[in-house]
Write a protein that binds this ligand. Structure first.
Ligand SMILES: Nc1ncnc2c1ncn2[C@@H]1O[C@H](COP(=O)(O)OP(=O)(O)OP(=O)(O)O)[C@@H](O)[C@H]1O
Ligand SMILES: [Mg+2]
Length: 476
């Protein structure tokens, strides 16, 4: 078999495939990374943008992404987000966009929805009150500011002094939050802030936020004028590579991914209502999707399509989409299956995933059968959704595409028996077994050099600088 793709014309993607969300499923070692590189290569060739969330945090993967971009003259569009290593990252602040409700939801992703309902609702109330005032003030904020506000009386007092007093937001803040944090000092009779109440309200949340206020993540995520803005990234076809440290800092990585996807949702919401839309379609490759999926993400799938953003979540097993411990459910799984028009499966190991994928393939075929009136049914014809996969034509047989006919509906064991680099693609009207071309990445020796920006400082809240007492953070 030939190894490298040399002729780019072999790999033309149809716009149709890329406007439809696609679910990828793959056990380890099946050829997923190679496939993602293929998709990225094509997206770069077309001048499109992407957000590639990679669950593997390795220098080699970043180097591959950069060399792919250089190969297609897209180096200047690359941005890297790496909360594990600020020297290998552009700056990004996921708290700059969205109204007070959106920001509240975004930050609350840090606290699991399951359990502790009372504490959760207290935290929501307090956070919403604070964010209402902050958004009203219009100054950029960051994680360090919020950490300061949640744990420092002086920072809260600053807010009371500087907030626009006539605003509804301030009134809400004062009545619903600030006054409730007060208690009467037994000795003096004066009203003072109760550290205990503050701690009760925000304890867990402020601890988690402080993960992003300090250390490497802190350096990456707290600029008021960061290199990366997801809304601009989507509009300008940037190539964002996100290295998630899933192995070394699992919890922080997962929480960060949730916050970032929530920021993406805000961007998608804004793009939905504006023109022009990204062109070509912006691609979000979401590796390890089920680790950071949230029940509320189903709306993202619905909105993204009309914003010309194509979501490409990758999972390892179907059951990971139902994981109750992560707040997911059968219902969520069904929504994702229903909202992804295409599916692509690499080798699978667990019986449930094999069964479910087999059923999906069968159903797609049946749908086609019931729609068609002819007796001879060709599953490869018609819709061009799958033409990405029909890239063959070269004598050497870089790609082979097999059309499944009706007798050969994909059996569960067919998914288990796939070889590395083989995949089964299930589109609305095609079910194809394919051999993914191998994307040979030539290391061009330019290494880890990526575009960096020295953007002028912007004025922000800067509360952390004024009141540098991370009371909550010092515990852990
Ligand atoms: N289409 C292909 N043709 C030939 N070899 C391939 C193909 N896809 C992958 N390989 C080879 O198989 C190995 C595993 O591929 P890859 O890294 O893409 O798998 P993966 O599913 O991402 O694995 P992991 O779960 O470890 O991330 C690699 O060494 C790669 O060279
Ligand atoms: Mg891989």
């Amino acid at each position: 078999m030939s190894d490298f793709i040399e002729d780019p014309n072999e790999l033309l993607l149809t716009s149709n495939l890329m406007t439809r969300h696609c679910l990828g499923i793959a056990a380890t070692g099946g050829g997923k990374s190679n496939f993602l590189n293929l998709i990225l290569k094509q997206q770069m060739m077309r001048g499109g943008g992407c957000l590639h969330v990679d669950g593997k945090n390795s220098k080699e993967a970043i180097e591959e992404f950069l060399s792919l971009a250089r190969q297609h003259n897209r180096w200047q569009d690359v941005r890297i987000i790496n909360i594990d290593n600020a020297s290998l990252s552009n700056s990004y602040n996921p708290l700059l966009r969205g109204d007070a409700d959106e920001l509240t939801t975004r930050i609350m992703t840090l606290i699991p929805e399951a359990g502790g309902d009372f504490f959760r609702s207290q935290a929501v109330k307090g956070l919403r009150a604070i964010l209402g005032v902050l958004v009203k003030m219009g100054l950029p904020m960051n994680f360090a500011d919020l950490t300061a506000l949640m744990g420092t009386e002086t920072a809260l007092r600053w807010l009371v002094q500087n907030a626009p007093k006539e605003s509804e937001e301030f009134l809400q803040f004062k009545v619903n939050f600030y006054d409730q944090m007060m208690e009467t000092d037994r000795r003096t009779g004066a009203q003072v802030m109760s550290e205990k109440k503050l701690q009760h309200t925000f304890g867990d949340l402020s601890g988690r936020l402080s993960n992003y206020s300090m250390g490497e993540a802190g350096k990456v995520l707290n600029s008021y004028n960061p290199d990366v803005d997801l809304l601009d990234a989507v509009k300008q076809n940037q190539l964002i590579y996100v290295a998630l440290p899933m192995l070394s800092k699992k919890e922080a990585a997962i929480d960060f991914a949730k916050i970032m996807i929530s920021d993406l949702r805000t961007a998608v919401g804004q793009i939905q209502n504006t023109t022009p839309k990204p062109s070509p379609v912006f691609l979000a490759l979401l590796d390890e999707f089920s680790s950071y999926a949230m029940p509320s993400f189903d709306t993202l799938f619905e909105q993204a399509r009309s914003a010309q953003v194509c979501l490409f979540p990758f999972i390892q097993t179907i059951s990971s989409l139902k994981d109750k411990e992560r707040g997911l459910s059968d219902d969520f799984c069904n929504k994702i299956l229903g909202n992804t028009w295409n599916k692509i499966s690499f080798v699978l190991q667990d019986p449930e995933s094999c069964e479910v994928m087999s059923t999906i393939a069968g159903e797609q075929l049946k749908e086609k059968v019931s729609k068609g009136s002819s007796n001879t049914i060709s599953f490869a014809g018609g819709d061009d959704d799958a033409s990405l996969l029909r890239t063959g034509g070269r004598g050497s047989g870089v790609t082979t595409t097999t059309t499944m006919d009706y007798d050969a509906i994909v059996r569960p064991e067919d998914f288990r028996n796939l070889e590395t680099g083989e995949a089964i693609f299930i589109g609305r009207s095609d079910v194809l077994k394919m051999k993914v071309p191998y994307v040979g990445l030539k290391n061009d020796g330019h290494g880890l050099n990526f575009p960096r920006f020295n953007l002028p400082q912007k004025e922000g809240l800067s509360l952390a600088d004024k009141y540098h007492t991370f009371s909550a953070s010092q515990k852990g």
